[in-house]
Design a protein around this ligand. Sequence first.
Ligand code: ATP
Ligand code: MG
Length: 322
Amino acid sequence: MSKKEDKEFTIEDLPGVGATTAEKLRDSGYDNLMSIATTSPGELVELTGVGENVAKRIIHVARTKLDMGFETGEDILKKREQIVKITTGCKVFDEMLGGGFETGSISECFGEFGSSKTQIAHALAVNVQLPREKGGADGMAVFIDGESTFRPERIKQFSEALGLDSLEVLKNIKIARAFNSDHQMLVAEKVEDLIKEGLPIKLIIVDSLTAHFRADFVGRGTLSERQQKLNKHMHVLMKLAAQYNICVYVTNQVMSRPDVFFGDPTAAIGGNIVGHNSQTRIYLRKGKKGSRVAKLIDSPHLPDSECVFMVTDKGIEDLKIK
Ligand code: ATP
Ligand code: MG
């Protein structure tokens, strides 16, 4: 167990937190010590109306009450052995990822419009349903759709290419539209209810992770609020990934910048918050003759590398040399 919580100590036991404040905290998603320990005093003040000093004290006590826990290298190795790798359907792409998109953490694909972020999401929603020996995780997918880009027709095509019953495949994908950033955050939190109902969710897609946040927080004054909310959203996703060994796949549109000639055009885009919370980051761009190029960025255990693939009627495929 990492970051285990003190079993006896609940948020009501924090100094200055009465029933009303506790309820406000819970309503805002702060239902455990970890979430309070990692928030800012400003956020608590805003949510609950407590004074700043009280907020600081609440956070301080939450931090001291948390048993952060230390794990051995062996514990971590065992945990990594639980990881399932979901195939993209494309050999070179899978090889680049060391087998496929991993459960237990967040993977982010970022790139300009049409770079295939959504197509990969569809392929994964099908492939996660395959048995382990075929590159799947024997599981269901949740598709949090912020841009109305989910297309059952594409699922049908990809399923049929694998010889699967497309209606069955569609039944195993739960789609939730997200209409704004707050709604998207709420929908992500609700995924846990599906898991607790016993659905074998092994993939959560958030397409797009960032679009609503960008639209809802325009102007510089709201930037830090946006980053704070995005951070909270990512934490919810990260917790789901780790706690239930789920692959979380998020997309992030970035402009290609032909004006940047020097330095790494992929650096620092997508924002630090997203970058720091995604364990696997892939930069996608358009390649020659309709191909797409995927580049793995700063993986903790894989070499930085690139691969070229095609989006076809059948899914994500290797480039065929004619
Ligand atoms: P955005 O940022 O706009 O959401 P995206 O990265 O999600 O873009 P996708 O929608 O995944 O981009 O990719 C679109 C591309 O997928 C198209 O440009 C097209 O090349 C390819 N594509 C879509 N449908 C098909 C199909 N049926 N057959 C072949 N290629 C297709
Ligand atoms: Mg898209």
